[in-house]
Design a protein around this ligand. Sequence first.
Ligand code: NDP
Length: 256
Amino acid sequence: MEQNPMAVFSLAGKVALITGGGSGIGFDIANCMVSAGGRVVITGRREEPLREAVAKLGERAQYRVNDVTKRDSLDALVEEIERTIAPVDILVNNAGINMKKPALEVTDEDFDRIVHTNLNSVFSLTRVCAQRMMARKSGSIIMISSMAAYYGIDRVAAYAASKSGVEGMVKVLASEFSGNGVRVNAIAPGFIETAMSKTAMGGDPDRFARAMRRTPMGKFGQPEDIGWAAVFLASEAAKYITGVSLPVDGGNSIGF
Ligand code: NDP
C-alpha cells in the first residue's frame, strides 16, 4: 500500500518548544519545523533576536524570553505555553554555550557555567516536559549533542563533558520513557556554520584545517541540515527510533 511521504514527515498539528531558537541551528530547526507544518515556540535570553526570528518564521511561531539556566522558571514556562497555546509535543534542547581554553586554564566557575547550561538545565527542562508528555503517552525529545562527545577535541573539556553527559542521558531517558510513547534522541552536529563555530574556528586556521581533513564531505554543514534531521526525528517517520545519537556531520565522525 502506498503511503503519502508528505503525511509521514509532516508536523501538522504539533507544537515544538525549541530552546535557543532565535539564532544559529535553533532558528533553522524552527524554520524547518514550521515548513513541515508545525507550530513552534522559540526561547532565548535576548528578546530582539527572538522577535526578528518570529517575524521571519511567520504566524505559526511565537517566542518566550527565557534563560534555561534559571531552572526555577521552567515549570512556569511550560505551564504557560501549554495553557495559552497547546501541549508541547516536541522538545528540542538546542540552547548551548561553548568555551575554548586549555584544560589547565579552565576555572571551576568556567566549568560549572558550561555544564550548568548544556547539561543541568537540559535535564531540568526535559523533566518538566516529559512529566506532561508521559501523562499524555506521546512526545518526542531531541537533544543537540556534538562531535566533542564522540572524540577528543582539544581545549573544550567542559563542553565535551557536558555533551557526553547529554549522550548518556539520552540512553537512560529513552529506556525510562519510551514504553510510555515518549521518544528521546540526540542529533550530533559536525561542524556547522553558525556564530558559535565561527568563534571556535576564528583565527585558528589549523583547527579549521584539521576539522575539514577528517570530514569526508570536505565542507561545513548548514544549520538547515540539522533542522531537517530534527523534523525527521520528531515525525511519525521516526516512530520506532529512540535512544540514538544521529551524527549530521558530512562524515566527520567516521573520517580518517
Ligand atoms: P549559537 O551560539 O549560534 O546559538 C545558541 C543559541 O542558544 C542562541 O540563540 C542563544 O540565545 C541561545 N542560548 C544560549 N544560552 C542560553 C540560555 N541560558 N537560555 C536560553 N537560550 C540560550 O550556537 P549554535 O547554533 O552553533 O549551537 C546550537 C546548539 O548546537 C548548541 O547546543 C551547540 O552546542 C550545538 N552544536 C553546534 C555546532 C556548530 O558547529 N555550530 C556543532 C555541534 C553542536 P541568547 O544568547 O539570546 O540566549
